[in-house]
Design a protein around this ligand. Structure first.
Ligand SMILES: Nc1ncnc2c1ncn2[C@@H]1O[C@H](COP(=O)(O)OP(=O)(O)OP(=O)(O)O)[C@@H](O)[C@H]1O
Length: 352
């Protein structure tokens, strides 16, 4: 039988997979603005209430809570919530992601380096390779992992019992998760876009943390153009601060907000350059569609996944495009938004 790998070797491999994302999160300019406690987290009342019950009950019983799956579009707070889960439990957080794990062995190394009660944040869990996914089900259910030692015919699997831990998985595409993996999560929370009032609260909180005075009407204007997304709200806030400091009087008022957002090509309903190029391609190159996602993405020079997860959900939500079985179609509102007339022979879907 092959030798059991030294604990140090396993830990080293685990750290290699874990470290890059953890560093990235720490370095991120967003880090300072992240709420650290559940009651600082704005909006998402339902998920917050449900999560707080899961955490309180587990804490009261003195056990690791069930595995938690968070789904929803980018920038709505999945990473923040994962950090909050660990903080509320007083546990340490390990961070990795589906794409960072190239082989099942990488995941085995991460799992076998976990300590009791730790929270493992697996971002983009829908992008885990199939063998890693299968290893994860077993680890989540039975707290066991097989560490393969050696290569080829001489390889053997050594079963390792894991201490109790909690996986927090995040995905922008929960529909892509295979049912057996989805079923291993005892709690699933779906994050939805924020309304303008909630985004104003996010903005005022961030302005306080950045120590910049933000006028109420400027916050309303930024919130309106933030596509329901706190990450975008915070980013626009920083751009308005730049404009106010360099081109304006230093005041973050409505005039500064409008001028800055014009410079950064964020339109009055929050569409940015990518959104507008998708709409523009759909209306002018494809006469309003229907057109397939891949063709549309190629036309705007983006990955289909970026168009599908970043631009499309907001365009659909704003009623500017529709997804049909034959492809993406521009709605009358899209033509109006671009100041264009729809062609009279556009597909039958939206003809009056
Ligand atoms: N509910 C909230 N209240 C206050 N700030 C928030 C909230 N949700 C998110 N934020 C802020 O928005 C930013 C993005 O959040 P986060 O990184 O958690 O999003 P995400 O859903 O994990 O995105 P992605 O899937 O793209 O990684 C963070 O800086 C965080 O401070």
């Amino acid at each position: 039988m092959a030798d059991r790998p030294a604990d140090d070797e396993v830990r080293d491999l685990g750290e290699r997979v874990l470290a890059p994302l953890a560093d990235e999160i720490e370095r991120s300019v967003e880090a300072a603005l992240r709420p650290r406690k559940l009651d600082e987290f704005v909006g998402q009342q339902t998920v917050r209430a449900q999560l707080s019950l899961v955490l309180e009950a587990a804490t009261a019983r003195g056990v690791a809570p069930d595995h938690i799956l968070l789904s929803g579009p980018p920038g709505l707070g999945k990473t923040t919530l994962a950090m909050i889960v660990a903080a509320e439990l007083g546990a340490s957080l390990r961070v990795t992601s589906g794409p960072a794990i190239q082989h099942a062995g990488d995941l085995a190394a991460v799992l076998s380096s976990l300590e009791e009660g730790e929270v493992l944040f697996l971002d983009e869990i829908h992008r885990l390779a199939r063998p890693a996914e299968e290893l994860l089900y077993v680890a989540m259910e039975d707290f066991r992992v097989d560490v393969v030692v050696g290569k080829g015919a001489g390889a053997s699997a050594i079963p390792l019992t894991l201490p109790p831990f909690t996986v927090v998985g995040a995905t922008t595409r929960s529909g892509l998760l295979p049912a057996p993996l989805r079923d291993r999560f005892g709690f699933t929370g779906h994050l939805d876009y924020y309304d303008a009032f909630e985004l104003e609260k996010v903005l005022h909180r961030s302005a306080r943390l950045l120590d910049v005075p933000l006028a109420a009407d400027a916050a309303t204007e930024i919130a309106r153009r933030s596509r329901g997304t706190p990450r975008i709200a915070n980013r626009l806030l920083r751009r308005v601060r730049d404009w106010a400091q360099v081109r304006g009087t230093g005041d973050m008022d409505l005039a500064a907000a409008r001028a800055a957002l014009e410079v950064y090509e964020v339109d009055p309903i929050g569409l940015d350059r990518l959104d507008r190029s998708v709409l523009d391609a759909l209306c002018t190159r494809f006469r309003g569609g229907p057109v397939g996602l891949t063709t549309l993405a190629l036309t705007v020079g983006e990955e289909p996944e970026t168009v599908e997860t970043v631009a499309e959900p907001y365009l659909v939500r704003e009623g500017l495009i529709a997804r049909t079985p034959r492809g993406r179609v521009a709605t009358p509102a899209a033509w109006r938004h671009l100041g264009l007339e729809p062609p009279t022979d556009q597909g039958t879907l939206f003809r009056a």
